[in-house]
Design a protein around this ligand. Sequence first.
Ligand SMILES: [Zn+2]
Length: 371
Amino acid sequence: MRARRKEMLSALERFVRAESPTDAKPAVDRFGRMVAAEWRKRGLKIQVMRQTHAGDHLRIEWPARNPRDGQVLVLGHLDTVYPLGTLRQMPYRVARGRAFGPGIFDMKGGLVIALFAADALKRAGWMPLRRVVFLWNSDEETGSKSSRALIEREARGSTAVLVLEPASGLDGRVKTERKGVGTAELIVTGRAAHAGINPQDGINAARELALQIERISRLSDAKRGTTVSATVIEGGTRDNVIPASARAIFDLRARKPADMRALERRLRALRPILRGAKIEIRGGFSRPPLERRNSAALFEHAKKLAQTMGLSLGEAATGGGSDGSLTAALGVPTLDGLGAVGEGAHSATENVLIDALPDRAALVAALLATL
Ligand SMILES: [Zn+2]
């Protein structure tokens, strides 16, 4: 793979120059066509799953000689978090052994790695033991709403799922554990009054909200890995009016399904603090955790493969969710973070280590050849 480093980098440059923010369907579709063309060149069958609002998803199938043993599913996404035009302030560039650009790490690098992994196996005349399905969805960055059912359907028929999300750290650790993720909304209703004439007749929704945030924040449990963070707050109307309404949004994270349920129960059990105030809690967890028990065996296998190639492979836990959490929740062995090695996902300095691209492609190829 190392001999193909330049080719990998130039494919990556083309991919990064084709901007593909989740909410810009024409752009995501244009990028999808570019990716599909690369796979078609390698003789694989592409299915474009057309969507009305979201970008189209791509399903690339590599048939097995003997299609009776299920399949291996490889997951990736076409979309990025960067709005159209970001390339002007954040152009593709190479410096100090790294390549920079919007979405290069999360996860166009991963898409290139899969492409070259498959290409290398094809050149070597290898036929997969099981069918391999590469599923590139268009809306991962906004929660995979239009693709979740598709991902789950493919996962149910799979013996293993490989996820090309970015690796953890510059040593390229794969992700064997991800937290469950949710969002809750707290809506507070009080009563408006003049802040100077009769404040005592009002019920201050902003104050109730502040007290509740303090109470809710204490539901975090660092030891168990449970976090509750107020992320958006709003309320009030005029500077001389006791506010009648206020609301807050909370980001929820937990490591275990039991902790998720416990947190939801405690949120629903909250009662108002100020006399006469009303509160309502909505939402809860939406993405399950990726538990280590669903990734450990695949990780051990990957680690051994890496060793045979003179590479060392570590593992990491992360608080961020991914589509790998969906497949692991179905009990399907899932290994995540197999994509590019780099830094600064979702930031102005997003980059990948160029030298790691061939190594990762070799690892993915070895996994595809042995699963
Ligand atoms: Zn991603």
